[in-house]
Design a protein around this ligand. Structure first.
Ligand code: IMP
Length: 208
């Protein structure tokens, strides 16, 4: 089935009061609140459940950004399914620009002949995803589709269109709901826009 077009987003004020001050001061705007996220992920899960009801798919995610999205998406997809994870690291900024990544944890399951749904938190240039899809295709799954929560189409370098997409994002650096900046902010239940000043200041300091 065709999945409906993602809703449009506008950054707004109103970071929830429960957010610690160190995080609050680093965020310029709220982009997607918790209810909007959950409602959209529920729609995605329902669409996947309709399309894969009798296919016993394998959901594959890459750690760690996909953690929250995977957990919620699976809860909204009430069909028989399996789940597996990979972990990757970039060789260096130069090779990352060419989409080259090192697999630090491979799948435990064999996906040959299986229907695979690759679950991705965010597609930016698409280079990482492009590399991983080529790798998974070489293992001969029965089918391979992408379910991505966020897409920044304005920054795409290679042509990838997820079959299931949560939201198109503007070209802003966002954090929360699994997405990090230097390993922080993943635990926010909403998505916020990181203040560009924070990125500039951190770039001047060595990474810890
Ligand atoms: P790509 O290979 O350029 O598509 O890189 C995708 C990866 O970049 C994601 O899995 C994230 O780790 C990271 N990324 C891209 N944009 C953002 C963002 O706005 N916030 C946090 N991480 C991001």
């Amino acid at each position: 089935m065709t999945f409906q077009t993602p809703p449009s987003l506008t950054p707004k004020k109103g970071i929830p009061g429960t957010v610690p001050e160190t995080y609050r001061s680093a965020l310029s705007h709220l982009l997607i609140d918790e209810d909007t996220l959950q409602n959209r992920i529920r729609e995605m899960g329902q669409a996947i459940a309709r399309d894969y009801a009798d296919k016993n798919p394998v959901f594959v995610g890459v750690l760690k950004g996909v953690l929250f999205f995977m957990a919620d998406l699976l809860r909204y997809t009430p069909i028989p399914l399996a789940v597996d994870f990979m972990a990757i690291s970039s060789y260096s900024p130069e090779t990352r620009d060419q989409g080259l990544v090192r697999i630090t944890k491979d799948l435990d399951l064999c996906i040959e002949g299986r229907h695979v749904i690759f679950v991705e938190d965010i597609i930016d240039t698409g280079l990482t995803l492009g590399y991983l899809l080529r790798l998974l295709r070489s293992r001969h799954p029965a089918s391979l589709e992408v379910a991505a929560l966020f897409d920044k189409p304005g920054r795409r370098l290679i042509d990838i269109k997820p079959r299931y997409l949560g939201f198109h994002l503007p070209d802003l650096f966002v954090v929360g709901y699994g997405l990090d900046f230097r390993e922080h902010f993943r635990n926010l239940p909403f998505v916020g826009v990181l203040n560009p000043e924070v990125i500039k200041n951190q770039k001047r300091q060595p990474k810890r």
